[in-house]
Design a protein. Structure first.
Length: 180
């Protein structure tokens, strides 16, 4: 737990630097991309095997999540395009909207690689992350004694979103292992 808090606390400090340091953000995204690419490739192989056995046994029910077929490993790599992200960082072209769009896309990939019950959990949790982000934008709850300064809200929101993506990616990995 201490290591976890230290990592995310350090990441926030990196983002609060002037100019912000995105080294750890890129490393987290590389981890997520690698995991999701592996899961998409495994689902592709499983889908190919399933469709060949489905042809041999048409009465057998197909339990695969239909939308997983749209995400290949190459598609995941296009969505989490580390080179493009690094170019945007280098040119100072990253803002909350670009991070938010990336997070939304990654959430969709994760949902599609999960079984339906896990995908519902991911969606529900993502909605909560979005609500918390809106609170941060507005300066926090009035009941909170120490709300984060409004100017820094997006750094905290980005860390929350990345934390969420890492956790849900690990859940998708576990779900995939249990499916075998």
């Amino acid at each position: 737990m201490i290591c976890f808090q230290t990592f995310w606390g350090g990441l926030i400090k990196d983002l609060l630097l002037s100019p912000p340091s995105y080294i750890c953000v890129v490393q987290v995204l590389e981890f997520i991309r690698g995991e999701l690419s592996d899961l998409a490739a495994a689902d592709e192989r499983r889908s190919e095997h399933s469709s060949s056995s489905q042809q041999q046994n048409p009465d057998k029910e197909n339990n695969n999540n239909d939308c997983c077929n749209i995400f290949s490993a190459a598609t995941v790599n296009e969505i989490i395009d580390i080179e493009l992200i690094q170019q945007q960082i280098d040119h100072g072209a990253v803002d909350w909207e670009s991070w938010s769009s990336l997070v939304r896309s990654v959430v969709l990939v994760i949902e599609c690689l999960q079984d339906p019950e896990y995908a519902k959990q991911t969606r529900k949790m993502y909605v909560e992350i979005c609500k918390n982000t809106e609170k941060m934008k507005k300066g926090g709850d009035e009941e909170e004694e120490e709300a984060s300064p409004r100017i820094f809200w997006w750094q905290y929101a980005l860390c929350d979103a990345l934390d969420f993506l890492v956790v849900r990616t690990c859940v998708a990995r576990r779900n995939s292992i249990n499916r075998k």
